[in-house]
Design a protein around this ligand. Sequence first.
Ligand code: UDX
Length: 425
Amino acid sequence: MNILIVGTGYVGTTTGLIFCEHGHKITGLDLDERKIQALKGGSLHFYEPGLQDLLKKHTQARNIVFTNNTEKAIKENDVIFICVGTPQGADGSADLTFVKNVAKSIGQHINRYKVIVTKSTVPVGTAEIVTSVIKENQKAPIPFDVVSNPEFLREGSALDDALHPDRIVIGTTSETARTIMRELYKDFHCPFVETQPKASEMIKYAANSFLALKISYINELARVCDKLSINVNDISKGIGLDQRIGPQFLKAGMGYGGSCFPKDVNALIHTAKQQGTPLSILEAVVKVNTEQPVYFIEKIKQALGGSLQNKTIAVLGLSFKANTDDTRESPSFILLDRLLEEQAIVKTHDPMVKSGASHQCMTIEETVTGADALVISTDWDDYKHLNWGRIKPLMKQPNIFDGRNMVDKERVKELGFYYIGVSNH
Ligand code: UDX
């Protein structure tokens, strides 16, 4: 099948490449000339483990080509995946400008029957909007169908998630489009959920919001556990082994970040409000998440004698989680802003993010040298297995604040460090 992927970000590029792995021919379309030039040359414009090699393999084999010629790309392909961004609008809703622009172009250039698939996370009712925008822009009434097929991949493990999904959701009212989608995914061995477009769109928001809810639940519980000197990791383990609950997304930390959870939870809250049925449970999820970094910073402040002024703090990790260079909505930046507000002297490190800021150091050793405390804010493996014996003499005061509960606390305490995690007693 000739497939067009519109939007060459995380979702678009990964989707295109895994379809190549399944024997399809892909065209990647993006209006950003720089991205297209880089991709044509086989180089990825973001960091995602494993994806660079796959891009090289399939660009060399011409299984995937990249273009910014919208008209030609639309005319030559039969299935069009919309994978453009849906950023958060001022009122918390998802901004559909990019999705509508793609729909408009499809309407203008459609030359034969096509299946239009929304893979971007889009609010309930978007399939209908895409349908009307295409119709409004058609010169002649050429038939087409719109399908909602949300993507559930995570940054940092995008390839594995996309190659081995837990489920594939297909939302359409058209039997023809459903048959084409089944054919497209025929080599994927996972359950299929076939439903209406609106339900499919809701599934994506409901999934992300539920995972965010699990995180906020354990984070708020961690604060209670902290008061009671209980190790919250034991609670996660103890409840996670219950198959009805499951162990994932129960790691207490500095709160969730990234390009999806914060935006998608807000968008669902907005949708619910519009319907006059507020999702108060999700409003609480957001509140807990906003408070979580602040709660942790307060602990640092108290431990350092009530003031951070002129204290040198080494912040390890800038990305919103490990194995990505994405810093969108990263709790690390909330931490940084707050430290600077409190007039601390900040030094930062990240294995992948190159912020260009003057406080960023090249090595971990350089970052911690002279520090009154180090704070682990991203769960990079690099910070898990540090040579603590070498780190300690470099620091002014041996304080570790572990925002990800990932350090072997017994070991560092033995070495003479003062250690505080997130209710990691
Ligand atoms: C998420 C969804 O998991 C994915 O299905 C969807 O397609 C896009 O949004 P992503 O944002 O890439 O993926 O990252 P994810 O691994 O879900 O983590 C989100 C945030 O939650 C990160 O800041 C992470 O550090 C945090 N998190 C995750 C926790 O604090 N605790 C956990 O137990 C799990």
